[in-house]
Write a protein that binds this ligand. Structure first.
Ligand SMILES: [Zn+2]
Length: 146
């Protein structure tokens, strides 16, 4: 087994998921790069490599991966879930014309400042405690060529 598979196996085991060969192949394909895929796109990706994998099994494994925190979920438009293979802390830019989703990493100081401001304001106004904040930048138009 090569190193990348070993790492994927470790990720699954740490999450409490039994790494069957199918789950391992599937997680390996999803986690191979940072991407945001809808369930159908995950199915197509897996199907391209393993045409005999059943749709139900793929969807069940996908759900399991999300529940156990192997991948993240992202709902930018109501009712549309994207599965996020980047589990590092990050934010998103969403292009509402092209549908493209890209990761944004904020400078640590700036992120802290935004978080603290929101946290303070919520606590003062509502008495509620802010536990997490995730930023979504919405874009419009087509990117100009560099
Ligand atoms: Zn992301």
């Amino acid at each position: 087994m090569d190193q990348a598979y070993e790492r994927t196996k470790e990720i699954l085991e740490k999450a409490g998921i039994r790494p069957t060969s199918q789950r391992l192949e599937m997680a390996h394909l999803i986690l191979s790069k940072h991407q945001h895929l809808q369930a159908d796109e995950v199915f197509q990706l897996i199907n391209m490599h393993f045409p005999h994998a059943s749709r139900a099994t793929i969807f069940n494994n996908l759900k399991l991966f999300a529940e156990k925190g192997v991948i993240g979920t992202l709902e930018l438009k109501s009712g549309i879930t994207h599965f996020d293979s980047n589990m590092d802390r990050h934010h998103h830019a969403f292009n509402e014309e092209t549908g493209e989703i890209t990761d944004i990493e904020l400078e640590e100081d700036l992120e802290k400042q935004i978080f603290e401001n929101l946290s303070k304001s919520y606590l003062e106004k509502t008495g509620l405690t802010l536990t997490n904040a995730s930023l979504v930048v919405t874009l419009k138009g087509k990117p100009s060529q560099p």
